[in-house]
Ligand binder design. Structure first.
Ligand SMILES: C[S@@+](CC[C@H](N)C(=O)[O-])C[C@H]1O[C@@H](n2cnc3c(N)ncnc32)[C@H](O)[C@@H]1O
Length: 295
């Protein structure tokens, strides 16, 4: 049975599998847009390898649950979480259950955060990967707004969130996510490395850090998540090369003149993304996003 409304937006490729939803909260997550993105997939998407070079929370991947997938992100901790959930989901569940039983009060939160940062340089092994993944999920579910932010030395520094009763452990969804990831090739890489592994016929969904919505056609002065104008241009060049190679491409970004200019050779559709506009979440409005396709 699907576990959320957005899981219903897609006919999953492996319908026999239990539906999975993202196992972490992630800024820019596509959960709320899936029903608008689903009709824009290529008609033969289910026959193609699913490639996502900016996997983040993986909303589209988990909704589709493709047979074959190549997933990557530049964030090594995030890719470590997916590897642990794919390879040792019962270990992650038991570790997370232990952490969850200590609660989410500030004292418990900062205790886990300190250990997580202290163990950062520990030698990678299956155990450390499993326990780091559990700590990552715990911190993600209990930190302020589900943010992921690190300081210059790479230490996670988000303060505790104010939740009454956050759902820290969802064992059923972790198992479903593990099944969805079972055949996935997971890599920690920058998006340009796609050029080394994308093949003709792949379906590639690109969901990079967005150009800020306030940007005008002259977009020299912004950078979001360290992803600046030069990165957006390099991404467009990669898009062009993948297009030449015969991949089916779908890319999301904000609907601003700079993005329309970068992708003017291709087909552009608009979807409306719900956005919280006040701190208490009371006010909401929609923001236009583009979907650029080469098919
Ligand atoms: C908008 S988020 C993707 C959200 C995702 N579609 C979801 O549903 O949660 C962008 C992702 O790009 C990653 N990223 C940033 N710079 C990158 C780069 N140069 N190469 C690959 N990934 C990058 C970030 O770590 C982040 O996870």
């Amino acid at each position: 049975m699907p576990t959320s409304a957005h899981a219903l937006a897609f006919a999953p490729v492996r319908a026999s599998q239990t539906a999975a939803t993202p196992i972490i909260k992630w800024v820019g997550g596509k959960g709320r847009l899936l029903s608008q993105l689903a009709p824009l997939l290529p008609p033969t998407a289910e026959e193609r390898r699913h490639v996502e070079p900016f996997i983040g929370g993986g909303a589209m991947f988990f909704a589709r649950r493709p047979e074959r997938a190549l997933l990557s992100d530049v964030n090594p901790e995030l890719i470590g979480v997916y590897k642990a959930v794919r390879d040792d989901v019962e270990g992650v569940i038991s570790e997370l259950s232990r952490l969850a039983s200590a609660g989410h009060a500030a004292e418990a939160y900062y205790g886990v955060r300190t250990r997580y940062n202290a163990e950062r340089r520990a030698r990678a092994s299956k155990t450390t990967q499993t326990s780091r993944a559990a700590m990552f999920v715990y911190l993600n579910k209990t930190c302020f707004n589900g943010l992921h932010r690190v300081n210059r030395s790479g230490e996670f520094n988000v303060p505790a969130g104010k939740y009454k009763n956050p759902r820290i452990l969802d064992a059923e969804n972790l198992r479903a996510a593990s099944a969805a990831l079972a055949n996935a090739d997971l890599r920690c890489a920058g998006f340009e490395e796609l050029l080394g592994s994308a093949r003709p016929g792949d379906f590639i969904y690109l969901d990079p850090p967005y150009v800020p919505a306030s940007t005008t056609a002259n977009f020299t002065a912004y950078a979001q998540d360290g992803f600046g104008p030069a990165d957006q241009e390099r991404l467009r060049d990669v898009y062009r090369e993948l297009d030449r190679r015969g991949c089916r491409l779908m890319l999301s970004n904000s609907d601003v003149p700079a993005v329309r200019e970068l992708y003017r050779e291709w087909r552009i559709d608009v979807v409306m993304a719900p956005r919280a506009v006040s701190c208490d979440g009371a006010g909401r409005q929609s923001v236009a996003e583009v979907v650029v396709r080469n098919y």
